[in-house]
Design a protein around this ligand. Structure first.
Ligand code: AMP
Length: 187
């Protein structure tokens, strides 16, 4: 017999993400005038919601069998290593210019607020390694595109992207032409 009452019905993805949305704090005019910064620190500090967030960001990629999760400095690191642990993967950092100690590839890109350069270690992957790229927010998509280019320069095979937040009005996903782009929350 199919149970249909509210207490037993399967939770929809909206039910699941509602507490996550509530734990993300909007900070107006940070880091500069006109930017509504999505502060995920209250979410990260909540054990239940952190676990749920990691599970939901990892789940769509289990079947793709990634071998390595790339995290983008700096908030991407906080999510990427937990997702890597969940998916039984290694983790590789993409860092701001000058932070990585060994030989690097570099990519410059435009931010929602400013310009920057990201780097990856040249020997980050074995050739053809199956890579998932993780960050907290996709806004204009410049950061994620630079990360994908870096992963490809380092001979990784980019399977897709997992973002916690997508700022949909900025159309960042249109910059990315990869197989799978997943965002848990869209504003
Ligand atoms: P973009 O390259 O424009 O897609 O910007 C994405 C990067 O900038 C991510 O690494 C985010 O951490 C950061 N970012 C951009 N916009 C915001 C925002 N409104 N709130 C928090 N982080 C942001």
């Amino acid at each position: 017999m199919v149970k249909t009452n509210a207490a037993t019905r399967k939770k929809t993805s909206d039910d699941l993400t509602q507490p996550i949305i509530q734990a993300i704090r909007p900070i107006p005019n940070f880091p500069r005038q006109g930017i509504l910064f999505r502060d995920i620190t209250p979410l990260l500090a909540n054990p239940k919601l952190l676990r749920l967030t990691i599970d939901l960001m990892a789940a769509p990629f289990i079947k793709l069998k990634p071998e390595c999760v790339v995290g983008i400095e700096s908030r991407g690191f906080l999510l990427a290593s937990a997702i890597a642990y969940h998916l039984n993967c290694g983790v590789v950092p993409i860092r701001k210019k000058g932070k990585l100690p060994a030989a690097t590839y570099a990519e410059s890109y435009d931010l929602e607020y400013g310009q920057d350069t990201l780097e990856i270690h040249q020997d980050a992957f074995k050739k053809g390694r199956r890579v998932l790229i993780v960050d907290d927010v996709i806004a204009t998509g410049g950061t994620a595109l630079a990360a994908a280019r870096l992963a490809q320069k380092a001979k990784g095979q980019v399977l897709g992207f997992s973002f916690l937040i997508e700022l949909a009005a900025l159309s960042g996903r249109q910059k990315l032409d990869h197989q799978k782009i997943h965002a848990l929350i869209r504003y």
